[in-house]
Ligand binder design. Structure first.
Ligand code: HEM
Length: 481
């Protein structure tokens, strides 16, 4: 693989910080997740207000850490092609840590428990469980994190514009229009340009609704239109969480060729898929509002139709490209590669229950059930997380991993137990078990308890894999442009 190792220590240290903090927070949030599932399974007894505090922490912590870890992966590979600032990268981490402290204080001290989606007007209507300062701490924390991400994306955007003449050129739109495809144009630059475009717009919309919520907390007479607020929140949330996988996928484009020795060349369908998904991913969020009868009908129809398309073009070109790259390449299957390919599989499977839920008739019955956590845990726990872990392992080992029997065993435990955990959420959903219930009825307990056992097994395997990665941190290398 052609890559110069950067001599300067700051870039390496910055990436080590991201990986170290990312892995530690993921593990802690998994402990929180296992506690939630055991509480629902009636194995541990926690008061309902604490359950919702832990659920808020778990949701916000997992989504935020996914964003930061995936952004670190994008930074790691994009800097092979353009000049990125380590200062901007560290500013994102610094501002996010300030945000995290505020969020922790708002939940831990202030008792905030309105879920990570902070759906208006819930932050202001706590029935006495938390005060406006606690809600403001949470909302303010998210604003800090959002500003951190904007600093990072602006730096990436400037670097791509300098090198390629514009973000649309980075995305390859000029090549699509002219028909002249430059097969040496890096897929990482295509994916990064797409993410910058969608996530800057998403975070800007999120910032507006967060500031509006903040104002409303202290001046309740300045009310927000609840439907508008919901649309803005779900636009932001949906784009943000989708962008994590689009950032992580840069690792697939760069690492598979390192194993197979075959470059990942772009093609017209590849560019067309990324261009299409840039638009679709921003228009698809109304599938979160299919139950809102006051939402204009055309938006709901758009939500359903686009849900069928969203993500699929990029998934197809990525899976196809990965299979073509791996086919008869004689690669040595080792932990980092296994995790990455497993992640691609989880991503593909996770889309299926999402498409089912995106159908209006099904959504009326399923959307507030465990079907939805079942879908996104498939996509994130079995898609995004293994992909991120595999990429970080690769950064720490290059394609030179000495695999032990325990590594292989833990990989399989993670995969099988993770699948069981998600399947039992989906089974719960298909039996109409509601989501976000602190206490589960006697009739649901068997499903929940099997899920809880699987959760503990996933947690144990993750602890093994995570701690092993942390111990490899000193070996981590960072390439340069
Ligand atoms: C050991 C692994 C995990 C366990 C045991 C776990 C468990 C749970 C449970 C029990 C819930 C509440 C479900 C409900 O009743 O609505 C939940 C919600 C959630 N989880 Fe996980 N989870 C795990 C991993 C993850 C990962 C890897 C992510 C993302 C990267 C994630 C993101 C979320 C989000 C966003 C929510 C929604 C919170 C809300 O409804 O506000 N989880 N999880």
């Amino acid at each position: 693989m052609s890559e110069q190792t950067v001599k300067g220590a700051p870039a390496r240290l910055a990436f080590q910080l991201y990986v170290g903090i990312g892995v530690a927070v993921f593990l802690l949030m998994m402990v929180a997740g296992a506690v939630l599932r055991m509480a629902q399974g009636a194995w541990i007894d926690i008061p309902a207000n604490y359950f919702y505090q832990i659920m808020t922490l778990h949701g916000a912590g997992m989504v935020g850490t996914s964003g930061l870890a995936a952004a670190a992966v994008m930074w790691y590979f994009l800097r092979r092609h353009v000049d990125l600032s380590t200062g901007a990268f560290l500013t994102m981490l610094g501002l996010s840590l300030v945000g995290v402290v505020m969020i922790l204080a708002s939940i831990g001290i202030g008792g905030f428990a309105a879920a990570w989606t902070f759906l208006y007007p819930l932050p202001a209507k706590s029935a006495g469980l938390w005060g406006p300062h606690a809600a403001a701490g949470y909302v303010g924390g998210l604003i800090f994190i959002g500003v951190g991400f904007l600093v990072f994306y602006v730096d990436c955007a400037i670097a791509i514009i300098k090198r390629y003449g514009g973000l649309l050129r980075g995305l390859g739109i000029d090549q699509l229009l002219s028909g002249k495809i430059d097969t040496d144009h890096p897929p990482t630059v295509v994916a990064s340009s797409m993410v910058i475009i969608i996530n800057v717009i998403g975070i800007a919309v999120g910032a507006v609704v967060l500031v509006m919520t903040l104002v409303n907390l202290y001046v309740p007479s300045i009310a927000i239109d609840a439907l508008l607020a919901k649309n803005m929140i779900f636009f932001f949330g949906h784009v943000f969480i989708n962008a994590t996988i689009y950032m992580a996928v840069t690792g697939v484009y760069e690492i598979l060729p390192a194993y197979t020795g075959r470059p990942w060349k772009i093609s017209r369908p590849f560019l067309a898929a990324w261009a299409a998904v840039t638009l679709v991913v921003m228009a698809v969020y109304p599938h979160h509002t299919l139950m809102d009868f006051v939402q204009p009908k055309w938006a709901l129809v758009l939500g359903q139709v686009l849900s069928y398309l969203s993500g699929i073009p990029v998934l197809l070109v990525t899976i196809w490209g990965a299979l073509a790259n791996l086919h008869r390449s004689g690669v040595r299957w080792e932990l980092p590669l296994r995790l990455i390919v497993f992640g691609l599989l989880g991503w593909s499977i996770g889309i299926i229950p999402a498409i089912i839920d995106g159908t209006i008739r099904v959504n009326y019955v399923m959307h507030n059930t465990l079907w939805v956590p079942g879908h996104f845990h498939l996509y994130l726990l079995l898609g995004l997380l293994p992909m991120l872990l595999g990429i970080m392992y690769f950064a720490a080992t290059r394609a030179n991993w000495q695999e032990s029997v325990a590594d292989r065993l833990m990989f399989w435990i993670y995969g099988v137990a993770g699948l069981v955990f998600c399947l039992f959420l989906l089974l719960g959903g298909s039996s109409s078990v509601p989501r976000r219930f602190a206490v589960h009825a006697q009739e649901w307990l068997m499903l929940t308890q099997i899920g809880a056992v699987a959760a503990v097994l996933v947690l144990l395997a993750s602890l093994y894999l995570g701690i092993k990665l942390l111990r490899r941190l000193p070996h981590l290398q960072v390439g340069g442009a």
